[in-house]
Design a protein around this ligand. Structure first.
Ligand code: SAH
Length: 346
């Protein structure tokens, strides 16, 4: 089987080139070309012979843009990408004052089964390779013609369910001469694969870990997030505490407000009590996200006053909470819906 060249670290490219009788330093040039989105034929400082050998022994396919939506409100760009085998995934570029952020997918589909989420409706088709995660950034950056500064792994898929490829992706993003995005500018979001949270803590990449919590009791969480039947809230929050103790990185908790399910003031109080029990005076953060309507789920967000009240109760209890700014609301920028609609029809 040919190797995907976008999955290769500079040292591995070097080894390949030495095998061709080429000079090792050429690996750096090729790595830089690849991470700018170039094809072999564009690599003008690499000999024709070496390019032909690379083409023979590796594969290079960038995702193609099937659909692109640009928000008229805030410039958010949403891509529907087709991978080499026709699998569809999504990425979203968000424009902030402090720079451009991209939300990338880690799997084609998802097998976690969260009840409110569009990405899991058709199950998981396959994992994405490290190169396929990276190339979402490469292609989007080339397309917008601006640098991408931040990466959030919050698109389609459960990153910790594709652990080895995610780790290689992190190595590639951090490698010198490539995209040059620091680990402090990378967040990884998980629904709570506890064994992998402990493993990730040991790897000590200074990335931000985000936890999709969404409920304050095991019975309520298990109802909307099947993973909770495997690892309950206590096991999850203990793993988060261990992650913080090991890495010193502040954890971010995602809490999606679903009207009539988890959005009462009593839930807010319970949430504050729960998190303070594990973190006490150590820093952590809560992101409040009014649920996006996914037709199949039947869940809706409450009105403005109930959202505000929820955040007020958290803050009065001493918990730092911010409401996730909703970007691209005119283009349905939350992930999973384009893939779902296009896969369903196609
Ligand atoms: N599998 C990972 C990352 C992908 S989901 C995880 O579970 O964290 C990214 C975030 O979007 C998660 O917090 C997820 O719970 C949330 N999300 C999914 N569907 C949503 C919806 N319909 N409305 C609001 N947030 C949603």
């Amino acid at each position: 089987m040919k190797k995907e060249i976008l999955c290769m670290m500079p040292s591995e490219l070097e080894e390949l080139l030495l095998g061709f009788g080429e000079k090792a330093y050429k690996a750096k040039q090729i790595f830089a070309w690849l991470h700018r989105g170039a094809g072999f034929d564009e690599m003008s400082d690499i000999s024709k012979k070496t390019r032909a050998l690379l083409e023979e022994s590796t594969t290079l396919v960038y995702p193609s843009i099937v659909q692109k939506q640009v928000s008229g409100l805030d410039g958010t760009v949403k891509y529907l990408f087709s991978m080499y085998d026709g699998q569809l995934i999504e990425s979203v570029v968000m424009r902030y004052k402090h720079g451009n952020s991209i939300c990338i997918s880690s799997q084609a589909g998802c097998r976690m089964g969260c009840k409110f989420c569009a990405s899991t409706l058709g199950g998981k088709a396959r994992d994405l390779s490290a190169g396929e995660m990276l190339s979402q950034i490469i292609v989007a950056q080339k397309d917008i013609g601006e640098r991408i500064d931040n990466v959030v792994m919050m698109g389609i898929g459960e990153p910790l369910d594709n652990y080895d490829n995610v780790i290689r992706f992190l190595d590639l993003v951090g490698a010198k001469g490539g995209l040059n995005i620091g680990y402090r500018h990378i967040s990884l979001s998980t629904c709570g694969l506890v064994d992998k949270i402990y493993r990730l803590a040991e790897e000590s990449y200074p990335i931000t870990l985000s936890i999709s919590l969404h409920a304050t009791s095991d019975s309520e969480r298990s109802e909307i997030m099947p993973i909770n039947k495997k690892w309950g809230i206590d096991e999850l929050l203990s793993a988060c505490r261990a992650y913080f103790d090991k890495t010193g990185r502040r954890i971010s908790f995602e809490y999606t407000l679903i009207h009539g399910k988890n959005d009462s003031p009593a839930h807010a109080k319970h949430l504050a009590g729960l998190l303070l029990r594990y973190f006490d005076k150590s820093p952590f953060h809560v992101n409040i996200i009014p649920v996006n309507n996914v037709t199949e789920s039947g869940f809706t967000a409450g009105d403005e006053s109930s959202i505000k009240r929820f955040i007020d109760v958290l803050e009065r209890s001493g918990v730092n909470a911010t409401r996730r700014r909703k970007l691209g609301s005119d283009i349905d920028a939350s992930c999973g819906q384009l893939r779902h609609n296009n896969t369903k029809n196609g």
